[in-house]
Design a protein around this ligand. Structure first.
Ligand code: ZN
Length: 393
């Protein structure tokens, strides 16, 4: 609520917070919509340049098929051993070029507003900068670190998924600095999985007045499926359905020959997802004369709070306590690239980015007071041997 902000005193930021804040703003001021691989490349060029001369190997995967490129940074100082810790974030945003001109970066009290700042430039920057600093110091680490940045997360990670799964295959654990939510110190230990479907009904057109009974309405057919699918929200506690689009028909006096709907399904666990995906794909036409086509399937498997995730979270609770930081966990309905390694049974901790609000919304912002604590936490997760031993035992 806006009223609460006025009472929040604006303290001068500590130098470290100010330096990191500037770095975040620089990333936000380079617009990177998913559909502009050229602009995503410019930001990845800048990141690569920031690592110039440091003992970090850089691997660049070029943009292809309209999807943004990727950057893999690996730091393996002497003494680091065993499976790497993987950090991964996306640099694309849902905001078209020009959004920044309309809504430039601005700060009000503790809130720093900007397109893509919360989802997830602040988190991706902080993870990358944490690694850069460690490499610049030549810091010793218990395990090597791999940082992965992609540019197609907001459109479903079609081009980067394989690379993500390959990088995470031998990870000791995976850190995802997607945004945290309202309460400072919150991380994400579960996310729903997501499936998408498209249903197309092919009916038979006819004159609505003269020969209606000779037609077969595609709109009526999909109205039936829409209501049935939406009703599953009442009977399936571990899933949700949204019929997000409904298109059909030509004129009011024509029995509609064509109609289509698009459906978003979310599920908490894989058994539920599998069962409901099979049921959706098996839908058949209710009315004679109509042919129904159903396509689609799983996009991201559920990120379940597995025993591995619980163990990693438990280790972070202890680490945060030693740092004097608050720590809490939450489950989210939205997916992230963290769903991929989680579905592979890897220990994944998501929501390591800044607190704030407004993903994909015009009030998108982070809380500046959470920048330094999150950088400190990520650094400790990479450097603290006791934490790493507890996290991956
Ligand atoms: Zn995101």
């Amino acid at each position: 609520m806006a009223g609460q902000d006025i009472a929040t005193p604006t303290r001068p930021a500590a130098p470290e917070t100010e330096r990191l804040r500037q770095g975040i703003v620089e990333w936000v001021e380079m617009e990177t919509p998913s559909e502009r691989p050229d602009l995503i490349d410019r930001l990845l060029d800048k990141v690569e340049a920031d690592f110039e001369g440091l003992p970090v190997t850089r691997e660049r995967l070029p943009a292809r098929d309209g999807h943004g490129g990727m950057l893999i940074l690996r730091y393996a100082p002497e003494g680091a051993s065993g499976a790497p810790v993987v950090m991964m974030g996306h640099v694309d945003t849902v905001w078209a070029v020009g959004t920044l001109a309309a809504r430039p970066v601005r700060q009000e009290g503790d809130r720093l507003y900007g397109p893509g700042i919360f989802d997830m430039k602040a988190g991706s920057y902080l993870a990358t900068e944490t690694l850069r600093q460690l490499a610049a110091e030549g810091a010793a680490l218990p395990r090597p670190v791999t940082m992965f940045l992609n540019g197609d997360e907001e459109t479903g990670s079609a081009a980067s998924r394989e690379t993500i799964e390959a990088i995470c295959a031998d990870a000791a654990f995976v850190m995802v600095p997607e945004p945290s939510f309202e309460a400072p110190g919150t991380v994400i230990t579960a996310r729903k999985g997501r499936a998408d479907f498209r249903l197309v009904a092919h009916g038979v057109s006819a004159h609505a007045g003269g020969s209606r009974e000779q037609g077969a309405s595609a709109v009526r057919e999909l109205a039936h499926h829409t209501l049935e699918i939406e009703a599953l929200n009442e009977t399936e506690p571990r899933a949700s359905f949204n019929v997000g689009t409904f298109r059909g028909g030509t004129h009011s006096n024509v029995v509609p020959p064509e109609a289509s709907i698009e459906v978003d399904m979310r599920a908490v666990d894989m058994e539920t997802a599998d069962r409901l995906i099979a049921a959706t794909l098996a839908r058949t036409a209710k009315y004679p004369g109509v042919r129904l086509e159903v396509t689609g399937g799983l996009n991201r498997a559920p990120f379940e709070r597995s025993p591995q995730v619980a163990k990693l979270y438990g280790a972070v609770v202890d680490l945060a306590a030693r740092l004097g930081q608050p720590m809490a966990e939450t489950a989210r309905g939205g997916c992230s690239d963290g769903n991929f390694p989680a579905a592979m049974g890897k220990p994944v901790l998501d929501g390591l980015g800044c607190s704030g609000r407004g993903a994909h919304a015009i009030d998108e912002h982070i809380l500046v007071s959470t920048i330094a604590p999150r950088a400190e936490l990520m650094r400790a997760m990479l450097t603290d041997a006791a934490f790493q031993a507890a996290a991956s035992q």
